[in-house]
Design a protein around this ligand. Structure first.
Ligand SMILES: [Mn+2]
Length: 362
């Protein structure tokens, strides 16, 4: 595995002696923390990681997660209490004059604490480079993402058999979460979305007590977390019947998604991929009803920094992993979204999620 610390420094434009990462409490954990240390388990709340230009990584950890820390690539430093932790921080960073921090993952509270501990150091935000460092996945990351995608695909194939008229959205979401974990996920990669009927017109609807009825649209957006890496899949089904308009909606979204996937390759700009899908939707009666970006990068978080969206420059590179998720949303009626995860390859892309996506009436 390429040293993640070296990779971090490749993308840091600012002049710094070290980059420091510090977690708050869950859920405010910096995804750069497992990235740079290579830990596959453990929260490391209030703990500190350091990346050095020579490729070394230090991990200042409490006793709680020492075992997971020792499984990582980092040099492990254990503290028993706050006083010991502070001493380790002063020892480790004492000579660093310019310390890079990931402002997107560091709390203001912790920054003030660090400034007190290291009064001579200057803290410099290097978060822009951190986003770029994480975009291209190495083979270890790809392996974990593949498993996360496989688990979500297996569950996707089982959704139709798990649906029953009268079940609530939260029951639908629970079925998905249960199956993902049963098949090896550590949990869902974000709060599972199950939306029935008109609720499906809101892309980020949270599951509630709405019951599944005949002639409903049933939309599920979910992902599996596997050793900290998450997939992100959406499938939309029709219950009992699909109207002519719903069929046109579905097939337009599918056409848009397939056309975008067919054009993805290194060197292409994400905003141009977005335009391919958006133009197909906008050339139909559903013009203007794709109300979000076409896709986003995934990894240690479900939105990990890159986007394929209008007016966003993202030149695709081999090894980037992104969602492709066009949708059409009709307020009061319902929505259709189809989402798969892809990895950019040398000459195109490979679709990592494989649940069927032809129009299905169940
Ligand atoms: Mn998504």
């Amino acid at each position: 595995m390429e040293s993640r610390a070296k990779r971090v420094f490749k993308y840091v434009d600012e002049e710094v002696d070290a980059v420091l990462f510090m977690n708050e409490e869950e859920p405010n954990l910096d995804t750069m923390f497992p990235y740079v240390t290579g830990t596959t388990s453990g929260l490391f709340e209030q703990c500190i990681a350091a990346a050095w230009p020579n490729g070394n990584v230090d991990l200042i950890t409490n006793l709680l997660e020492e075992t997971s820390a020792r499984d990582s690539v980092a040099n492990v430093i254990v503290f028993r209490d706050k006083k010991e932790k502070d001493e380790h921080v002063k020892d480790l960073f004492g000579k660093a004059k310019r310390i890079g921090v990931n402002a997107k993952g560091l709390s203001y509270n912790h920054l003030m604490e660090l400034q007190k501990l290291l009064p001579k150091a200057k803290f410099i935000d290097v978060s822009a480079g951190m986003i770029r460092a994480k975009l291209v996945k190495d083979s270890d990351e790809l392996g974990r993402l593949r498993r996360a995608c496989d688990i979500a695909s297996k569950v996707g194939r089982e959704i139709p058999e798990s649906l029953r008229p009268g079940m609530t959205e939260s029951e639908g979401a629970a079925e998905i979460n249960y199956r993902m974990q049963k098949y090896g996920a550590s949990g869902p990669s974000f709060t599972t979305i199950a939306s029935f009927g008109a609720n499906s017109a809101e892309p980020h609807h949270e599951p509630d007590e709405t019951k599944l009825r005949r002639s409903d649209i049933a939309l599920f957006d979910y992902g599996a977390l596997f050793r900290k890496y998450g997939s992100d899949v959406t499938r939309t089904f029709f219950v009992g019947r699909a109207t002519a308009e719903q069929k046109r909606m579905y097939n337009t979204v599918l056409d848009a998604q397939l056309a975008a996937i067919a054009e993805i390759r290194p060197g292409m700009n994400g905003k141009d991929v977005d335009a391919i899908a958006r133009n197909i939707i906008d050339s139909t009666e559903f013009k203007g009803l794709l109300i979000h970006s076409l896709g986003h990068s995934i990894g240690l978080s479900v939105h990990d920094g890159g986007r394929m969206a209008p007016n966003v420059d993202l030149v695709l590179e081999e090894g980037m992993v992104l969602t492709v998720e066009p949708g059409i949303y009709m307020k009061g009626k319902g929505g259709v979204r189809i989402e798969d995860d892809i990895v950019v390859t040398k000459n195109g892309c490979e679709v990592l999620t494989s649940a069927p996506k032809e129009l299905m009436v169940i």
